[in-house]
Design a protein. Sequence first.
Length: 223
Amino acid sequence: MEGLLIAIDGPAGSGKSSVARAVADKLGFANLNTGAAYRAVALLALREGVDLDDGASLAEVSRRVSLDERGALVDGVLVRESALLRTPEVSAAASTVSARPEVRAVLLEVQREAAREASTQRGAVVEGRDIGTVVLPDAELKIFLSAAPEERARRRAHQTGREAELDRIREAMRKRDRQDSERETSPLKPAPDAVTLDTTSLDLDGVVSRVLELARELREKGA
Ligand code: DC
């Protein structure tokens, strides 16, 4: 399946990252987590005191960010402490900066370049919010993962070891969902040709098997 591009989109807690990683591993593909680029822009902006409403300055910050299989890079250096990118503050700021068209325009090219690079020899599994709709509209396979909000909040709490803060996580997630799906530029929504999988009552293996099956069908059809 050389060169095959698989787009996996969906909201926080839908299982995107785990599914994308497992599918990439199984197929021997590269895995690109595009959210890391938005998070790196947010981290830089917070560190450098850039106003999160200042599109032009945010665009400048975004130009210092790139992406590869290992994660996000700032000024060409990998952000090794990935926990820094996952704090509640950075998560909230990432959602805010991702609504800025200036940021999206810069990161669009960053993501396409990373996908081109990653898929030249092997295929790539690219996960995000608008991969199938905007970043890689020609991806051969597009998956949209959904799950009930309560289940997504529970997964995120478990993932981050913050079970005691479930209420706060649920509230922050609701806010982020609204922001991500109501923004004007590239809102979170399935591509018309995406296969939507509801993961509420499916375990990771079930979702991964289904995606692998779809990839196999594509290959058999000679894509
Ligand atoms: O997938 P994630 O939670 O790490 O993404 C962080 C933020 O970045 C999220 O609020 C939405 C935004 N994002 C986006 O707008 N487009 C993408 N392709 C990936 C992430």
